[in-house]
Write a protein that binds this ligand. Structure first.
Ligand code: ATP
Ligand code: MG
Length: 959
């Protein structure tokens, strides 16, 4: 590899032994799939048959046998963590070449296409997809402003808002634009007149069509609103990329040249929009495209109403000559688990015998054969009187497994919804069991964020002097570091004198309280007042940062044994805050608290980001996120009716029937989607599955009776072993006490070292990060790695706006070959600056400053401005990774221009908006200089030289 100076052949030879050994282990059909390098291939096979393994092996094979470069291969996985797992799998097979293979999700791939081609996608660089709250707010105002009939009940105008959100998401995922929706609705409407229908059916259908027509209006207005804001939503990203690929062949060609092989894992769940992108990428080769997909219709969980066989049918229609391979050998589970699971899924009628290959062979569902042929207990079912007992049982069982020597990471607890995790987590903490939980937690419901929100609320209430009760709570949080006895004394005083706690503390001259540390208490309370004052002056992100620092909360979090978890939650909240501020520059504390209130009211969560650390801990996850994974022992918790099976799906705005091209979803039986989810859960287990449920669910002082899940009923008795829970129920009373104890300090689950290593795995070293590190390693850790919440400083916002104006200036010259008017350039700057979050005063000052410097720059360089080679070129992101040994590096170069096209030499240019510096200072030759500027230029040269896709040499650097 050029980066580390080792020739590629040597590396390949070193790893070809590992590859050969793994290859020899494959069975005949797996080998066939790996060996078929050319043309379209579809592997359709059940869980644990090695589909993902085959996909990885095939990448290795392509690299071994052809002269394809790793960056010419695109492997698409379903989630970020699946991408990571795939890269790690590949690293063990082919070594460091694996770094250069493009392994990514559809979303990251498309996001990268958007970022790298600003001329086709008119979003500002900082534009992020709409948050859930923003989406809600946009739709709310649309519905409120329109005279809808069918989807706007008079008494509850927002009744359908969530259905609209879901419908628009589904439409975009299935690639249905407003125009095509109109056609679909018209088709359905026309059909009503020709079909023979009962009066009720006709009425129902007509009503649906009315709703759909109004939905179409909402969809149109929603898209308009997004365009007006220069924003897009999460679903748009993929849709836009396929649109642009279709419209602009020259853009598509760039990617077609770069990508010679496309491989897709979990193909059953790729939706129409994603499929369109994949197909366009390989479309140049028509029917002979090098596209390799692996999937299992029975594990389809995410596609629109579980359109399970849609993809396989469409694939065969698109590539009639495709090789279809099915695998039958299972390498994961015992035969008993496989038999039980097979028996269950055979009840799904829609999938059975439906995929037919060109030879007329039906590709469907033979029972899988376990590699180990082990029988034994298939599925243990345990019933309990109430859910706390069920939870304790799980904790006890997990604990026993671990004591018997099972690695915690070989155990998983699966549940149906994110909300199910809290009680189980609580028990695991009290049982001292290490666990990790996949993202998805609503940070607004976590203690550390609630503490911060209480603090915000106290500050806000100072205004109306209603802070008392909450002030007491906040003062008692550990990070305030105030003596609890002092707080008690002060509150007693307040109560006896019938005045506010705040007043007692802030003015103790009048009250002699003999406190231990009155200064600390007073200082804290004075800070509250100061923060209230600061709210008027600062932008909200700045305020957030200030309060986080000055309250002692940040310090507390950094010192806590679970600092990583806390920090991750603070970051997740701060990300939301930045989004809010980007949408409303004038965001103030009151608005923020109101937004949080609205989110709670409408059940909109701020989802915690996945920390992606793999530690030896028990896995807690929803069944959906367990897809593709495997463990020795699997628990399926809360297996009751209405949760697993017979879930009440709210489908108040049914979408037109022609939405899917291959299947009509109404053919399926109602519980098929849910049954697949249960099937996926069962087949995650290698050795044992334990399904638990409780007859009574207790929440607060209410209790509800539950039936067990229909899937337990559907599993033939011979595959079940009933756990006799009588004895456990008796002993559970003493254990319940343990569950009710006050929480002790949580065990650190994630070791800081492991966390940092995890962060480093994804880390791209930029010149700024390097300079920060050299300045102070601890600062580097906080700012570059851990990313402590920090508001963007106004000088940085100013820099961004100047960059943007210059970028557009040179883009203009490249496009039209003339220098644009000065006013135009200044206009671009103003527009860009107004998108930045800053206070009114700051904005005014920065506007003036920018107008001045741009004008001077323009006058001075007007005659020298010439065509550039690249503007804003990103190195080391997206498709091309750059490594210096094993350190991934990257950066953005503002401008690159030719020096000598014959010698292929170029100059790199970086814009600086700070104070001008002397040459000696830049070179690091003065006493005060850190040499950071020069280092930055050298870094750029390194990037350009190491990038395999960049064929030019940097001979000069300019600021
Ligand atoms: P799922 O449908 O659940 O995603 P899958 O078909 O992708 O399953 P893999 O995860 O690739 O299955 O493989 C399941 C397990 O079997 C893995 O642990 C894998 O390493 C192992 N495996 C696959 N093929 C072989 C083989 N030929 N010999 C030994 N082990 C194998
Ligand atoms: Mg798999």
């Amino acid at each position: 590899m050029p980066t580390s100076g080792k020739p590629i052949e040597k590396l390949r030879a070193k790893h070809s032994k590992t590859f050969q050994k793994l290859f020899d282990n494959l069975n005949t059909l797996q080998k066939k799939a790996v060996n078929t390098l050319e043309g379209p291939v579809m592997v359709l096979a059940g869980p644990g048959t090695g589909k993902t393994q085959v996909l990885a092996m095939r990448i290795a094979k392509i690299l071994q046998e052809t002269d394809t470069a790793p960056h010419n291969i695109l492997a698409l996985t379903f989630t970020e963590s699946a991408s990571k797992a795939m890269r790690e799998r590949l690293l063990t097979i082919i070594g460091e070449e694996a770094y250069y293979v493009q392994i990514t999700t559809f979303h990251s791939f498309c996001s990268d296409v958007i970022q790298s081609n600003p001329e086709y996608f008119p979003f500002s660089r900082q534009a992020e997809p709409l948050s859930d709250l923003e989406r809600f707010t946009v739709l709310e105002s649309i519905i409120e402003s329109q005279p809808f009939q069918a989807i706007k009940p008079i008494n509850s105008p927002l009744f359908y808002i969530k259905d609209c959100i879901r419908a628009i998401q589904d439409l975009k995922r299935e690639g249905v634009s407003p125009d095509s929706l109109r056609v679909l609705i018209d088709d359905d409407a026309a059909a009503i007149n020709t079909e023979e229908l009962s009066d009720t059916d006709r009425h129902q259908k007509e009503r649906n069509i009315e709703k759909q027509r109004e939905l179409l209006q909402v969809y149109l207005l929603y898209q308009q609103a997004l365009i007006k804001r220069g924003r897009y939503d999460y679903e748009d990203m993929i849709f836009f990329v396929s649109e642009m690929f279709r419209k602009h062949v020259e853009l598509l060609r760039i990617y077609q040249e770069r990508i010679q092989f496309v491989l897709i894992d979990e193909y059953q769940d790729t939706n129409a929009a994603q499929n369109a992108v994949a197909e366009l990428l390989v479309s140049y080769w028509g029917e002979h495209a090098n596209i390799f997909v692996v999937g299992d219709a029975d594990q389809s969980l995410y596609r629109f109403q579980g359109a399970s066989i849609e993809n396989s049918l469409a694939f065969l229609e698109r590539y009639p000559k495709a090789n279809v391979i099915s695998l039958e050998q299972n390498y994961r589970s015992t035969q008993s688990i496989l038999d039980a699971a097979h028996n269950l899924i055979s009840r799904n009628t829609l999938t059975n015998d439906r995929v037919v290959t060109r030879t007329g062979k039906k590709v469907r569902l033979k029972p899988l054969i376990s590699q180990e042929k082990k029988y034994g207990v298939a599925i243990r079912v345990a019933e309990f009187s109430s859910d706390p007992t069920e939870t304790i049982f799980i904790a006890e069982e997990v604990s026993a497994l671990i004591h018997s020597g099972v690695k915690p990471s070989e155990i998983a607890i699966l549940y149906r919804t994110n909300a199910d995790s809290a009680a189980i987590e609580d028990a695991l903490v009290k049982w001292g069991i290490k666990y990790e939980i996949d993202g998805g937690v609503d940070v607004l419901e976590t203690p550390i964020i609630q503490q911060f929100l209480s603090l915000c609320s106290v500050v806000h209430r100072l205004r109306s002097k209603q802070e008392d009760l909450e002030l007491f709570t906040v003062l008692n949080y550990p990070w305030s570091r105030i003596d609890p006895l002092d707080i008690l004394r002060a509150s007693r005083e307040a109560a006896t004198k019938r005045i506010g706690l705040y007043d007692v503390v802030s003015d103790d001259t009048a009250y002699n309280l003999s406190l231990k540390k009155p200064e600390e208490l007073r200082a804290f309370v004075n800070r509250l007042a100061e923060w209230l004052h600061a709210d008027a002056e600062l932008t909200f992100p700045q305020w957030f940062e200030k309060v986080l620092n000055e309250s002692g909360l940040l310090q507390y979090v950094l010192e806590s044994p679970v600092s990583m978890e806390h920090m991750n939650r603070l970051q997740s909240l701060f990300r939301e805050v930045k989004l809010m501020a980007a949408g409303n520059h004038n965001l103030k504390l009151a608005d923020f608290l109101e937004s949080v209130e609205r989110m709670r009211e409408h059940g909109i969560a701020v989802r915690e980001e996945d920390m992606n650390v793999h530690v030896d801990a028990v896995k807690l996850t929803t069944a959906h996120s367990a897809k593709g994974l495997e463990w020795q022992h699997v628990f399926i918790a809360r297996a009751v009716d209405g949760k697993w099976g017979n879930v009440r799906v709210r489908n108040l705005i049914p979408l037109p029937e022609g939405l899917l091209k291959q299947v009509r979803v109404e053919e399926k039986e109602q519980n098929e989607d849910e049954r697949r989810l249960f099937y996926v859960s069962l087949t995650r287990a290698k050795q044992t599955v334990t399904v638990t449920y409780a007859k009574t669910a207790i929440s607060g002082n209410r209790s509800r009776q539950h039936m067990h899940s229909m899937f337990i009923e559907e599993l033939p008795k011979k595959y079940q072993e009933q756990f006799d829970s009588d004895e456990f129920e008796k002993k559970s009373e003493s254990l319940l006490r343990r569950l009710l104890q006050q929480p002790t300090h949580p065990e650190p689950t994630i070791d800081e070292q492991e966390w940092i290593q995890g962060l480093l795995r994804d880390f791209v070293l930029t010149p700024t990060a390097l300079n920060t590190f050299l300045e102070c390693p601890y600062k580097f850790k906080l700012n570059s790695l851990v990313k402590v919440p920090r508001a963007k400083q106004d000088y940085l916002s100013f820099g961004t706006a100047i960059h943007r104006a210059l970028e557009l200036l040179f883009r203009w010259i490249m496009q039209y070959d003339v220098v644009p008017e000065k006013e135009k350039v200044i206009g671009w700057f103003e527009e860009a600056l107004r998108k930045e979050v800053m206070s009114v005063q700051q904005e005014e000052a920065r506007l003036n400053q920018g107008r001045k410097v741009l004008s001077i720059y323009y006058d001075q360089y007007k005659d020298e401005m010439k065509k550039q080679l690249f503007l804003e070129k990103f190195f080391g992101y997206g498709g091309s990774h750059i490594y210096l040994d094993d350190i991934r590096i990257g950066g953005r170069i503002d401008k690159i221009q030719w020096m000598d096209p014959k010698k292929k030499t170029v100059a790199v240019i970086d814009y600086k908006t700070g104070q001008p510096r002397s040459k000696n200072d830049i070179e690091g030759k003065t006493a005060t200089s850190t040499g950071d500027y020069k280092r930055q230029l050298l870094f750029y040269k390194l990037l350009a030289d190491l990038d395999q896709t960049f064929g030019m040499r940097v001979a000069e650097g300019v600021f």
